[in-house]
Design a protein around this ligand. Structure first.
Ligand SMILES: Cc1ncc(COP(=O)(O)O)c(C=O)c1O
Length: 382
């Protein structure tokens, strides 16, 4: 029916993935009724856990008034105001997925600059569209490598450089000191638009995109996952002089039947309103507890608030070439041990482990101490 039985490749693992019955807070239950601490959290959106009451209520209220109109709604405006203000952007366009947001922001960069090429980061993932894969027109450099960036951009043939400020699709890799500041300086000097892909990082480390935490301004930025409050919603946006080119104010073609869908916007708005009052230092503390547990393994562990990774390799992991040395087979053994113990992680080593505000500190401690111990045994057994 579906290729390998799934509707997104990361969901598959052998012999076949478990089927989920329901989720509430930090827990999910499989269809047989077994519960799991959920540290996959749908690959990132569920920073408030599953089915937060206020978000569910807002969705229910909204859905009763209609699901899609093909015309603007008030909620859309409220959501747009909150997003632009907190992200410090002049204008945004709402779309349905991170794939759309990054694809259209890259298309817009090509349109705006009249240049033909795109630069990205090796191991960076921005969705399944042609700009995500190396080709004649799309090239990659390593993360944390400003010299490589300077060399490439000196040719002034790249319309944009797209980068996750913290890598999250090759395992978590935080930026080295000053790397992103240098990225901003080099892109600006060479007339290359800087696109921060905040699909994972937006509103995760604080009530802002990661670039605001560093006091940087991108030319364009993309959001999805958390901003949709568990429903499909995404956005790209940026400075006025670029965004004004989007139709109908300009000639850049981009449209969508479900863009700014009222139900998604309701879930996203309620989620952002809740997050605007959250104390993110709590999430930071939970992440620290998890990191300490995993570090018991003796293996490299990278983390940022609410997200972390363990790598089955020696040495530190600062770029894709380091992460790619991680032993996939050993990570999968850890995943299987975790499932047995009632802990749900991403099945693949290169995806992020997420933590939500709903996780209790004692559960995080218990789960990650167990994972650290299991990882140590697995690594020692090799
Ligand atoms: C950084 C980043 N950008 C873009 C995307 C694509 O988003 P979506 O799956 O909503 O299309 C992802 C998805 O995981 C992502 O992690």
């Amino acid at each position: 029916m579906f290729p390998k039985g799934v509707n997104s490749p990361v969901r598959y693992y052998p012999p076949y993935p478990m089927f989920i019955g329901r989720g509430k807070g930090a827990l999910i239950w499989d269809v047989d009724g077994k519960s799991y601490q959920d540290f996959l959290l749908a690959y990132g959106p569920l920073i408030l856990g599953h089915s937060p009451e206020r978000v569910v209520e807002r969705i229910m209220e909204t859905v009763q008034r209609g699901t899609v109109f093909g015309a603007p709604t008030e909620l859309e405006v409220k959501f747009g105001e909150l997003l632009t203000r907190s992200a410090n952007l002049d204008k945004v366009r709402l779309v349905n997925s991170g794939t759309e947001a990054t694809m259209h922001s890259i298309r817009l960069a090509l349109h705006h600059t009249g240049r033909r090429k795109v630069l990205k980061v090796r191991g960076g993932y921005h969705g399944t569209h042609p700009f995500n894969f190396d080709s004649d027109l799309v090239e990659s450099i390593e993360f944390n490598s400003q010299d490589a960036l300077r060399d490439k951009l000196s040719t002034r043939e790249y319309a944009c450089f797209i980068i996750e400020p913290v890598m999250g699709n090759i395992g978590v890799i935080p930026p080295r000191d000053d790397f992103l500041e240098n990225v901003r300086e080099i892109t600006e000097r060479t007339g290359t638009l800087l696109i921060f892909d905040e699909v994972i990082t937006g509103y995760r480390t604080g009530f802002y995109p990661y670039y605001r935490h560093l006091k940087l301004e991108p030319d364009l930025a993309t959001f999805a996952k958390i901003i949709g409050g568990g429903l499909p919603l995404a956005a790209y946006g940026g400075k006025e002089d670029i965004m004004k080119e989007v139709r109908p104010s300009g000639s850049f073609p981009q449209a969508g039947t479900f863009s700014g869908n009222p139900v998604s916007v309701a879930a996203g708005l309620e989620t952002l309103e809740i997050l605007s009052k959250k104390d993110y230092s709590h999430l930071e503390r939970l992440t620290d507890v998890a990191r300490r547990g995993l570090s018991e393994s003796g293996l490299p562990v990278n983390s940022q608030t609410g997200m972390l990774s363990i790598f089955f390799t020696d040495g530190s992991v600062e770029r894709a070439s380091d992460a790619l040395r991680s032993r996939k087979d050993l990570y999968f053994k850890l995943f299987e041990k975790a499932l047995d113990a009632g802990i749900f992680l991403a099945p693949s080593y290169d995806e992020t482990i997420f933590i939500s505000f709903e996780h209790a500190e004692k559960d995080v401690k218990e789960a990650f101490e167990l994972l650290g111990e299991e990882a140590r045994k697995i690594w020692k057994g090799t």
